[in-house]
Design a protein around this ligand. Structure first.
Ligand SMILES: NC(=O)c1ccc[n+]([C@@H]2O[C@H](COP(=O)([O-])OP(=O)(O)OC[C@H]3O[C@@H](n4cnc5c(N)ncnc54)[C@H](OP(=O)(O)O)[C@@H]3O)[C@@H](O)[C@H]2O)c1
Length: 255
């Protein structure tokens, strides 16, 4: 049985159904999703999985059910060991019944194209993955993914000598131009920073897990400069876990 999620705000309601949650998050937008400890750590033992409880997993599954495309940075793909992008059977049935592909497209942002073409990301993909990279990287390494992925080049620049970074607005434009309008970005922090710098993030879903991690773990975003105001859209609760949804103050999703 699914772990219970109650809505605290707005309009308190107990034991939300999947449909109630999906109705609330519907709409076209670029939505970030992160899990964090109360003191702001995004990893335990170097990965996010250690932080994520049952309520976060249920909500995470519903966000994927909603998405046309799941967008992830090369760094997080490697650290978290992503494989082929598939939702569970119930989500696949729901998506098909609602006129979507059974599984979302997997889009990876990488300045190095340091990914294994033999990985299940490519060999087991139900939908052709998209690699968003720079022209230099595509020219050097793009051939390794011929027939396996849509290698998309976008404007980029060298950042702090740490390699070529694709511009956040070019990432959003690349997805929109392919008709992918419901974007779920699962991180990580450097990619969030690039998207924030371009101010293309519409929403943030943040699960606060009831732990204090201390240590040296990073925050959910890094690299971008400037402050951006957000508006609280909803607060869900499951025991000691809070699931917060914020929209960029300038606008929200459009359905
Ligand atoms: N708590 C959470 O919800 C959550 C979510 C996601 C990740 N995480 C954690 O965050 C950590 C990963 O963080 P990270 O510092 O590696 O950040 P990241 O954003 O996952 O990855 C950074 C790397 O991804 C690629 N990349 C990201 N943005 C890019 C851009 N705009 N253009 C081109 N390439 C780009 C680059 O690698 P290449 O060019 O070499 O591909 C870059 O070095 C992991 O420990 C992961 O577990 C936590």
């Amino acid at each position: 049985m699914d772990v219970e999620l109650d809505r605290l705000w707005p309009r308190p309601a107990p034991r939300l159904s999947d449909e109630e949650i999906l109705d609330a998050i519907d709409g076209r937008c670029l939505r970030m999703n992160f899990v964090s400890s109360i003191d702001g750590a995004v990893t335990r033992d170097g990965r996010s999985g250690g932080l994520s409880g049952e309520a976060d997993k249920r909500f995470f599954g519903l966000l994927r059910r909603w998405a046309d495309v799941v967008l992830v940075a090369g760094g997080t793909v490697r650290t978290e060991g992503y494989a082929d992008m598939r939702v569970d059977d119930e989500s696949a049935r729901w998506r098909t019944a609602h006129g979507h592909t059974a599984h979302p497209v997997f889009a990876i942002v990488t300045g190095s194209l340091n990914l294994d073409p033999a990985s299940a990301i490519f060999t087991g993909a139900p939908e052709r993955p998209i690699l968003i990279t720079t022209e230099q990287a595509a020219a050097r390494h793009g051939h390794r993914f011929a027939g396996l992925a849509d290698v998309c080049t976008a404007a980029g620049a060298e950042v702090d000598g740490s390699g070529a970074q694709v511009d956040g607005s070019a990432i959003a434009a690349a997805l929109r131009s392919r008709g992918l309008e419901r974007t779920l970005c699962e991180g990580g922090p450097a990619l969030f920073g690039a998207l924030l710098q371009a101010d293309v993030v519409d929403e943030l879903c943040l699960t606060m897990e009831p732990t204090l991690e201390a240590g040296g773990a990073g925050r959910i975003a890094r690299g971008a400069t400037g402050s951006r105001s957000m508006r609280l859209m909803s607060v869900l609760q499951s025991e000691d876990t809070l699931l917060l949804r914020y929209a960029r103050a300038r606008e929200s999703c459009t359905s």
